[in-house]
Design a protein around this ligand. Structure first.
Ligand SMILES: *Cc1c(COP(=O)(O)O)cnc(C)c1O
Length: 426
C-alpha cells in the first residue's frame, strides 16, 4: 500500500496546524504511523489521497449512519446551497428539523440548535444551573461530553473525589464544580447525592458509553440516575450526541425507556455537517434567551446547509424503521465474527456491542466500567489497527473508541473485515 501523498500532506500540515490536525485523535498518536488523508467517500468506503480504498468503521466518528455521500442528503444540501449559504436569520428548515427531533424524542418540546456537541452539552449545563440555581454538576469517569472547561474533568480516586482538570488551562476552581462518579455504580452515585444532593444542578451521562469504548448501562444504574436526580431536584441530562438516532430513531432514550429532563444531540443530527442541539420540556427550555435569562447564541447556529443535511438524514431514518433491525443484525454478525477471530487466534479479548456501536477490548471480560476498559492491551490494539489498515479496513485509531456500522455496510464488507482481523491477529 503506497502512502506517499498522505505522508507529504501530513508533513506539510504540521507547519501550519498544531500537530497537523483539527482534532487530536486524527493524528494517530495512540497507534503510531501516518494518518490518511481521505479525499472521497461513498457508502461504506473511503479513498485516500494515494488512491487506496478502505471499508470505513469511523463514519466521521458517528454522523454517517447512512454511509458516505448518501445521494438524498447530498442532493438536499446542494439544492439549499444554491439558494444561499447562511443568513443569520431564522430559516424554515430549522422548524422541520425541530419537528423531526420531537418525533424522535417526545420530551423535546423545545429544541435549540447549536454547531457542535461541545456547545450542546456546555449550554445544557448552563441551563441546568440557571434553572435550578445550583452550582455542581455530576459526570462519570471516562464519559466524554466535548471539551467545555467544566466537562474536561476526570476523577482522582473513588466516587467522592472532587473533579480534577484533565487538560491544562482548566482552572482548579472551575473543575471543582464538577463531581465525578463511577459509571454503572449506583451506590457511588447515591453517596455523592447524600453529600452534595441539594447543591447538584444536574447529572450528565452517556446513556451508552462510546468514549471509553462501548459500555452498556445496567438497569440498576439507569434507575438510580432517575430516582436520585428526581429525589434531590437535580436535572438528568442524557448526552445522546453519539447515541441519538443511532441506537433507535429515538436513541438510547427510546431503546431503554429513559426519562431525561434534557437531551443533547449532535453527530447524526447534522447528517455530516456541523449541527447539534439541546432540548427538553418547555418549562425548562423556556429559561433560554430570548424567552428567559440563560444566554446562549451562535452566528451560524441553525445554518441552512446543516439543517438540510439533518432533515434529509432524519427523514430517511424515520421512514425506514427496518434500518435499525438491519444495523442490529449486521452488528451481531460482526460481534460473532470478531469473537471467533479472537478465539481462533488465541487472543484474549472481549467484544462489547450495543446496536451498531462496537469495541474490541484486548483483555478478559466482562468490561462494564471505566476501570475495566483501561485494562485493554493497547499494544495488541495497535497491531490490530495497523493490520486492518494495511488490508483496507479503517477502524477508529484508538483503543477507547466505538467503531460504527452504517446501513451502507454489506455482509461482504464484514467478511472482508473479519478476514483482515484474523490476519492481523494471527
Ligand atoms: C462527540 C461527542 C460529544 C462532542 O461533540 P463535538 O461535536 O465533537 O463537540 C459530546 N458528547 C458525546 C457523547 C460525544 O460522543
Amino acid at each position: 500500500m503506497r502512502t506517499e501523498k498522505s505522508e507529504a500532506l501530513f508533513q506539510e500540515a504540521q507547519a501550519y496546524i498544531p500537530g497537523g490536525v483539527s482534532s487530536p485523535v486524527r493524528a494517530f498518536k495512540a497507534v503510531g504511523g501516518t494518518p490518511r488523508y481521505f479525499v472521497r467517500g461513498q457508502g461504506s468506503r473511503v479513498w485516500d489521497a494515494d488512491g487506496n480504498a478502505y471499508i470505513d468503521y469511523v463514519g466521521s466518528w458517528g454522523p454517517l449512519i447512512l454511509g458516505h455521500a448518501h445521494p438524498a442528503v447530498v442532493e438536499r444540501v446542494t439544492q439549499v446551497a444554491q439558494e444561499g449559504l447562511t443568513y443569520g436569520a431564522p430559516h424554515p428548515l430549522e422548524i422541520e428539523l425541530a419537528k423531526l427531533v420531537r418525533a424522535a424524542y417526545p420530551m423535546a418540546e423545545l429544541v435549540r440548535f447549536v454547531n457542535s456537541g461541545t456547545e450542546a452539552t456546555m449550554s445544557a449545563l448552563r441551563l441546568a444551573r440557571g434553572y435550578t440555581g445550583r452550582p455542581y454538576i455530576v459526570k462519570f469517569r471516562g464519559n466524554y461530553h466535548g471539551h467545555a472547561d467544566g466537562l474536561l474533568v476526570e476523577a482522582g480516586s473513588g466516587a467522592l473525589t472532587l473533579g480534577r482538570p484533565s487538560s491544562a488551562g482548566v482552572p482548579e476552581e472551575y473543575a471543582r464544580l464538577t463531581l465525578v462518579a463511577e459509571y454503572n455504580d449506583p451506590e457511588g452515585l447515591a453517596a455523592l447525592f447524600q453529600r452534595y444532593g441539594e447543591e447538584i444542578a444536574a447529572v450528565i451521562f452517556e446513556p451508552v458509553v462510546g468514549n471509553s469504548g462501548v459500555l452498556e448501562p445496567t438497569p440498576e444504574f439507569l434507575e438510580a440516575l432517575r430516582d436520585l436526580t428526581q429525589t434531590h431536584g437535580a436535572l438528568l441530562i442524557a448526552d445522546e450526541v453519539m447515541t441519538g438516532f443511532r441506537l433507535a430513531f429515538g436513541g438510547a432514550t427510546e431503546r431503554y425507556g429513559l426519562e431525561p429532563d434534557l437531551i443533547t444531540l449532535g453527530k447524526i443530527l447534522g447528517g455530516g455537517l456541523p449541527a447539534a442541539a439541546y432540548a427538553g420540556r418547555r418549562e425548562i427550555m423556556a429559561q433560554v434567551a430570548p424567552l428567559g435569562p440563560v444566554y446562549q447564541a451562535g452566528t451560524l447556529s441553525g445554518n441552512p446547509l446543516a439543517m438540510a443535511a439533518g432533515v434529509a438524514t432524519l427523514e430517511i431514518l424515520r421512514t425506514h424503521p427496518e434500518y435499525y433491525q438491519q444495523l442490529e443484525a449486521l452488528g451481531a454478525e460482526l460481534e460473532r465474527g470478531l469473537n471467533e477471530v479472537l478465539h481462533a487466534t488465541g487472543t484474549p479479548g472481549t467484544v462489547n456491542r450495543v446496536g451498531s456501536m462496537i469495541t474490541v477490548f484486548f483483555c478478559e471480560g466482562p468490561v462494564r466500567r471505566y476501570q475495566d476498559a483501561v485494562r485493554t492491551d493497547v499494544e495488541v490494539f495497535k497491531r490490530f489497527f495497523h493490520g486492518l489498515l494495511k488490508r483496507g479496513v479503517y477502524w477508529p485509531p484508538s483503543a477507547f473508541e466505538a467503531a460504527f456500522l452504517s446501513v451502507a455496510h454489506t455482509p461482504e464488507d464484514l467478511e472482508k473485515t473479519l478476514e483482515a482481523a484474523r490476519a492481523a491477529l494471527a
